[in-house]
Design a protein around this ligand. Structure first.
Ligand code: FE2
Ligand code: FE2
Length: 121
């Protein structure tokens, strides 16, 4: 039997990701926000990957590849964190928000539908 809680976690975690992202554009934010984002993203991606793996999600490879791409991007940004001024923050905020919006409303929606149709105990 499907449990609504299995879907709610995905939406709730996406909301947390967008909240952390918004903290990047705050004037007094520093590189700690990126670290926090990386940490929470990893937690969230790992959970999605666990569900995909347990339920033998057919598009798992493609989805994990997308997660890995984001992992690489955020690591790259962390390496440039010495230049953490407002211009850099703007670029980072725009880039990560666009990427995440596209992911959450595209590939993650398809996963959500799959989860909804699956039997999760
Ligand atoms: Fe997600
Ligand atoms: Fe995802």
């Amino acid at each position: 039997m499907r449990k609504t809680s299995d879907i709610i976690w995905q939406d709730a975690q996406h909301q947390v990701l967008f909240d952390i992202l918004d903290m990047i554009s705050e004037p007094d934010s520093d590189v700690e926000v990126l670290r926090k984002l990386r940490e929470y993203t990893e937690y969230h991606f790992s959970l999605e990957e666990l569900y995909m793996n347990n339920l033998k999600y057919p598009d798992m490879k493609e989805h994990i590849r997308a997660h890995d791409q984001f992992r690489a991007e955020i690591n790259k940004l962390m390496q440039q964190s010495a230049a953490y001024d407002s211009a850099f923050k703007n670029i980072v905020h725009t880039f990560l928000t666009e990427w995440l919006t596209c992911h959450v409303f595209g590939i993650d929606k398809r996963l959500e539908t799959f989860l909804q149709l699956s039997e999760v105990k």
